[in-house]
Design a binder for this molecule. Structure first.
Ligand code: BGC
Length: 246
């Protein structure tokens, strides 16, 4: 069975068809830059364009970069304030004329690694951390999602949220070496370890493929592994959410 998965981020909106039995992409990934306004109406138009690109009819799964409670956006995060309390499922379903299941993007990426990737046989408490424009986290206990863990929101020193100091967007903006940025990531992971004490931490997002370049800076006792689904975890997990969230 093939399902269209759409991964919405602060800089790009991406989609592909996913074979839900194997977790493999059955089409090329298609990406449209997130509109600079990051407003609901502009992003809904891009959502529709993504669906049209695949000429797809059927249920769609979507990962969205804010807290999502039963389809409703409960934080603005790195988007426009017009999103707050908006029913994202209704908005996207109306835009494309198909049923859409929306969950938090890090929860979606977590579904992918826990079902098809490196977390597949992992029991206990696993935290998936996605590092991109912001920092997301998906929490799984014995393979079951506990939605909307927001570990990137931990305040740190003068920063309202630690993601404003540790996200990959900050590494790029401040032109930090992997070594310097890796130390920041380690500080964040130390806090995660102290607060929620997981059995395993999986790192996702584009920067996870460079893990070797900052592995030495990661000094926490809890095992840390980079995700192994490349750039596609968000899309794969979004598609999986259609069945998981039923
Ligand atoms: C948001 C999270 C999201 C993460 C990654 C954070 O700013 O609060 O909900 O998962 O960014 O996109």
């Amino acid at each position: 069975m093939e399902i269209l998965g759409i991964d919405i981020g602060g800089s790009g909106m991406k989609g592909a068809l996913v074979n839900i039995e194997t977790g493999e992409l059955t089409t090329e990934r298609y990406r449209i830059p997130t509109p600079a306004s990051r407003k609901p109406e502009d992003m809904a138009k891009v959502f529709k364009d993504l669906v049209n690109h695949f000429n797809y009819e059927g249920s769609i799964g979507c990962g969205f970069p804010t807290i999502i409670k039963h389809g409703v956006c409960k934080s603005v995060s790195n988007l426009n304030k017009g999103w707050l309390n908006l029913d994202t499922q209704k908005l996207f379903s109306n835009a494309c004329g198909q049923p859409v299941t929306v969950i938090n993007d890090a929860d979606a990426a977590g579904y992918a690694v826990m079902n098809y990737g490196i977390g597949k046989d992992e029991n206990g408490f696993v935290i998936m951390i996605t590092i991109g424009t912001g920092i997301g986290s998906g929490a799984f206990y014995n393979g079951k999602l506990i939605p909307n863990f927001e570990l990137g929101q931990i305040p740190y020193k003068k920063f309202k949220k630690i993601e404003h100091w540790t996200a990959d967007s900050i590494r790029q903006k401040e032109h930090l070496s992997f070594k310097r940025w890796g130390k920041r990531l380690n500080t964040f992971l130390e806090l995660v370890d102290t607060i929620v004490c997981p059995d395993l931490i999986i790192l996702g997002g584009g920067v996870s493929k460079h893990y070797k370049k900052y592995e030495k800076q990661i000094k926490i006792e809890t095992p840390v592994k980079p995700a192994n689904l490349g750039n596609h975890a968000g899309i794969i997990g979004a598609a999986a959410a259609v069945l998981k969230e039923k």
